[in-house]
Design a protein around this ligand. Structure first.
Ligand code: PYC
Length: 403
């Protein structure tokens, strides 16, 4: 009897000299785009290029939170569609991505925060997303470990409760998509860096990599952190600024918290994994950088604010701290579109701190745009041209922490 399977999740390939499509960035966005190109449109002569190992970028550096309780109608519809794809993912991929829809609470510590959350609750409910304002009694029932006294500098007054929000195993999502892509014959190339993009007049014609050159008529930039750098290769400027965002995990504790807790006022968000570790995230660093180093001031901030919410965690040890790199747009909404000046070049970038939640639907919509030439309704608001046309989609108020 065979007890263990040693089947590879994805195979290694020589890089071919030509593909129908090349995707730069094999995180959740690039993988989802390739997956849906193959699954929905039968396009499988696709190469996914990843400059490091799979999940080395923001797909493995986020705090694994999923939710749909955004601020704008465009954002709510989009992230809700993504959450629905996450709900089906384990059975669709035949691979457990350990989605835990434990519920998500965004705390309000001021009257103006309550007003902001009320607008979100109304928009969410209007669009069929389960989300409502609750007071301290209900918060206490849901999260008995939270300090609801008047002791903290900013006592908790209310919360936006979003029951379908929760957490997922982000590495399982990456591996599940990679395995599914591999099974369709889509090639995954880790440690393969795009160093240049070839153009033939107003069209893309190829990608130069550290492993050789590829000719192709379709290139999708699905990178996070390096979106502007990749776009510089084709002289397409992006309205993006890039900041590190740090997080940490503590030593494992007994079950203590079974909701995601977010406080924009305290610049912190906390959840407990099924291994018992607390995952704690901060606001973005105060300066632009491509550094993935974590810093002591941010760790001190995360610890201070977490103890405002959960003073009983005093003395708990931190095991790891890390940073991801966030490409922030002016309106905190993404850019998913083609580029008018360059045929065959596509963007799925500018995710700021929202990228992981959106991976499945962004990939599905981008695949549809690439395969059919038609822009799916869900991504129509997120074109690059919106910045020129003054059609911003203001999603800053839905940020987990005030950036
Ligand atoms: O928007 O939920 C969020 C989030 C959590 C961490 C970074 N962004």
């Amino acid at each position: 009897m065979q007890l263990f399977s040693h089947e590879r999740m994805w195979r290694s390939h020589e890089l071919k000299s030509r593909y129908d499509a090349v995707i730069i960035g094999a995180g959740v966005h690039g993988l989802a785009t390739a997956y849906y190109l193959g699954k929905d449109h039968g396009l499988r002569d696709v190469a996914l290029l990843e400059k490091s190992y799979l999940g080395a970028g923001n797909s493995g550096r986020n705090t694994a939170i999923v939710r749909a309780n955004y601020r704008t109608a465009e954002g709510v519809a989009f992230y809700d569609a993504s959450l629905k794809l996450y709900e089906e993912m384990s059975s669709e991929l035949g691979w457990n991505v350990l989605l835990n829809q434990c519920g998500h609470l965004t705390l309000a510590h001021t009257d103006s925060a309550i007003n902001g959350l009320r607008v979100r609750a109304e928009t969410n409910r209007f669009l069929g997303v389960d989300s409502r304002i609750i007071g301290p009694d209900e918060i206490h029932k849901l999260v008995p470990t939270l300090d609801l006294s008047r002791r903290p500098r900013y006592p908790i007054l209310a919360a936006l409760y979003h029951p379908p929000g929760g957490i997922i195993r982000h590495d399982a999502v990456v591996w599940g998509y990679a395995r599914a892509c591999d099974r369709m014959g889509i090639e995954i190339h880790p440690f393969t860096e795009a160093v240049g993009i070839r153009m033939d007049g107003q069209s893309v014609s190829g990608v130069v990599t550290n492993r050789g050159e590829i000719s192709t008529r379709v290139v999708a930039n699905c990178t996070a952190g390096w979106a502007s750098k990749v776009c510089q290769m084709v002289r397409v400027p992006l309205p993006i600024v890039t900041y590190p965002l740090q997080a940490c995990v503590t030593e494992p504790l007994k079950p203590f918290l079974d909701k995601v807790i977010v406080s924009a006022t305290l610049h912190v968000y906390v959840n407990q994994t099924d291994r018992g570790e607390l995952v704690i995230g901060a606001e973005i660093d105060p300066y632009q950088s491509y550094s993935m180093k974590s810093t002591l001031p941010t760790l001190e901030q995360m610890a201070t604010y977490t103890l405002e919410l959960f003073p009983q965690l005093h003395g708990v040890k931190v095991l790891r701290q890390w940073a991801g790199i966030c490409d922030m747009t002016p309106d905190f909404a993404p850019i998913i579109s083609g580029v008018e000046s360059l045929k065959g070049f596509y963007l799925d970038v500018g995710w700021g701190t929202y990228g992981f939640k959106a991976g499945p639907i962004a990939g599905r919509c981008l695949a549809s745009l690439i395969a059919t030439g038609e822009t799916p309704k869900l991504i129509a608001p997120f074109s690059l041209s919106r910045f020129r046309q003054d059609r911003l989609v203001g999603e800053k108020a839905a940020a987990a922490v005030s950036h």
